[in-house]
Design a protein around this ligand. Structure first.
Ligand SMILES: *[C@@H]1O[C@H](CO)[C@@H](O)[C@H](O)[C@H]1NC(C)=O
Ligand SMILES: *[C@@H]1O[C@H](CO)[C@@H](O)[C@H](O)[C@H]1NC(C)=O
Length: 154
């Protein structure tokens, strides 16, 4: 009598949410979120002057294809960026080694960063898995941060 159908439904929904968010239950990862920072230095690594409004691409190599852009982002006022993508067919989330990189196409505008304006190629950053986070749209996603960039292709 105290248990109307709406209350029951909410209770069941809460149980499903809790179950889905528990890493110990071997939860399914629904995507990947990548955090990084970009500075105006010879290879883009910080510390240095933070670079705002610079385009960053997330590339992954999945299903035997060559490296493909799977997500894009832009650095914010403090040089930070976050790129989140849903799970991709063939991308094994949960593994410590992701077949992905973030990259910044060079040159940058001289007014933005002189030291990165007179060179071509890409700054390529490798990913380092740091854990999982609950994303309001996707649910549980893997989190990776960007290690040092290297300048490739000149
Ligand atoms: C990223 O993928 C694009 C194709 O979508 C490719 O042209 C580019 O070389 C890739 N960059 C890296 C650094 O993997
Ligand atoms: C910039 O982006 C980073 C990484 O997403 C975030 O931690 C930081 O709070 C953002 N800063 C601003 C000023 O939006």
């Amino acid at each position: 009598m105290a248990c109307n159908p709406t209350t029951l439904l909410l209770f069941v929904a809460a149980l499903v949410l809790l179950g889905g968010a528990s890493p110990s239950s071997g939860a399914i990862l629904n995507g990947l979120t990548v955090n990084g920072l970009l500075c105006c230095t010879g290879n883009g690594n910080c510390p240095g002057q933070r670079l705002a409004n610079v385009g960053v691409r997330l590339n992954c190599t999945v299903l035997g294809l060559s490296s493909t852009v799977v997500g894009i982002g832009t650095t914010n006022a403090t040089g930070g960026y976050t790129i989140t993508i849903p799970a991709l067919p063939g991308l094994l989330l949960g593994s410590p080694l992701l077949p992905c990189n973030v990259n910044i196409k060079l040159p940058l505008d001289a007014a933005v960063c002189p030291v990165l304006s007179a060179t071509t190629g890409f700054l390529v950053g490798t990913l380092h898995v740091v854990g999982t986070v609950f994303n309001t749209v996707l649910g549980l996603v893997q989190v990776a941060s960007v290690d040092a960039y290297v300048h490739v292709g000149a």
